[in-house]
Write a protein that binds this ligand. Structure first.
Ligand SMILES: *Cc1c(COP(=O)(O)O)cnc(C)c1O
Length: 387
């Protein structure tokens, strides 16, 4: 059976009523026949039937042995970090999601966990950074906002030779385009807030793992720390995933066209998109992803902050907002929004130019989207030229 069929039919019909819609079990507890004798659920922090449908769905989508749902992407990441002990080290992709970096450095560092940021596009640098204390290699691919691509299988080999676990934050690609566990990763995390739920209407996080041992450990943390996803938000995420393939294919096709069109505009200095032949690791993206995804970044020849902020205010269809992966197209200016707090030299190092603009392509018509961008770019660059 093809994956597009499986996604729909992974969702069980309710055995009690025949309901095609997944029932929302809004309950905190479950009646027991005798102490410890129950129908598989005893208390809703430990397990909820609606949440379980979602957890089974992500396990199947990522081809893992088990899945877990959390209150946000960061809560999912937090649960994975709780597998570590004092003095353990993490080697992480250098342009890691800002919220993950904040969690690493401002919460876990004070409990004695060390973070080393490495340019993970170069597997040799990853290998060189490993010490006897390294427990995790933490990847994102594509990265945010410059869409760097890291070779998951190559880094998985390095991880397993050195007895280190490979964790991949698969938020940007989504499991419909890329399945890190099948490439050798041990743990996958998601901000399901983005592509998986897909409608900019829920905050959720998911974890999938490749072994029973890791499943037991994450299950323990999920119950012990308790940052679970509620039944309503589980239901919204289940419903979102039903159309994941349709949405992400359309978003990828739109983005592929728009990236090429942007590339031919005189006002633009550089477009970052893994689907462009000019992208540094285009061949790796082509090898490990089914399509190239819906995220694009670009910066301007004049490289002016003012022009970039004018552009993000002048688009009509692209809404100015943080986040990504929904059906509606979004636009943002990382230097003054998502990466505002990042020091200037760190921004430069990560390739975040003053005029860098990041767009999340939705499911609208691609010509409408490109015309909206083109008009805003031409109008804003001309305005700046006349000041
Ligand atoms: C948004 C995001 C997160 C955090 O997820 P939340 O659902 O906002 O907590 C983590 N990683 C990546 C790559 C993200 O884009």
């Amino acid at each position: 059976m093809k994956e597009e069929t499986q996604i729909i039919h992974n969702i069980p019909v309710d055995p009690f009523t025949g309901s095609l819609g997944v029932p929302i079990y809004q309950t905190s507890t479950f009646e027991q026949e005798a102490p410890g004798v129950n129908k598989g659920f005893d208390y809703a922090r430990s397990g909820n039937p609606t949440r379980k449908v979602l957890e089974d769905q992500i396990a199947k989508l990522e081809e893992g042995v088990a899945g877990f749902a959390f209150a946000s992407g960061l809560a999912a990441i937090d649960a994975v970090l709780k597998l570590l002990d004092k003095d353990d080290e993490i080697i992480a992709v250098d342009d890691i999601y800002g919220g993950t970096y904040r969690l690493f450095t401002q919460i876990y560092q004070k409990f004695g966990i060390k973070i080393k940021l490495v340019d993970t596009t170069n597997p040799d640098l990853v290998e060189a950074a490993i010490t006897s204390k390294t427990k995790f290699i933490w990847l994102e691919t594509p990265t945010n906002p410059t869409l760097k691509i890291c070779d998951i299988s190559k880094i998985a080999e390095i991880a397993s030779t050195n007895n280190v676990l490979l964790v991949v934050d698969n938020t940007f690609a989504s499991p419909i385009l890329q399945k890190p566990l099948t490439l050798g990763a041990d743990i996958v995390v998601h901000s399901a807030t983005k592509y998986l739920a897909g409608h900019s209407d829920v905050i959720a996080g998911l974890v999938a793992v490749n072994s029973e041992e890791l499943a037991d450990k994450i299950k323990f943390v999920q119950n012990a720390s308790g940052a679970i996803l509620g039944p309503w938000d589980s239901w919204l995420t289940i419903r979102g995933i039903e159309t994941l393939a349709l949405r992400v294919y359309k978003q990828s096709e739109n983005a592929f066209r728009i990236a090429h069109q942007l590339n031919s505009l005189d006002e633009i200095e550089k477009v970052y998109y893994p689907g462009l032949k000019s992208h540094k690791n285009h061949h790796i993206a082509a090898k490990q992803q089914k399509k190239f995804g819906g995220m694009i970044s670009f910066y301007l020849k004049n490289n002016q902050v003012q022009t970039a902020t004018d552009i993000v205010c002048n688009t009509k269809l692209f809404k100015l907002a943080e986040s990504l992966g929904g059906v509606k197209s979004l636009i943002c200016h990382p230097a003054s929004m998502t990466h505002k707090a990042t020091p200037v030299d760190v921004k430069k190092e990560a390739g975040i130019e003053d005029s860098l603009i990041r767009i999340s392509i939705g499911i609208e018509d691609s010509d409408d989207l490109f015309n909206d961008l083109k008009y805003a770019i031409k109008q804003s660059v001309n305005q700046t030229a006349f000041v």
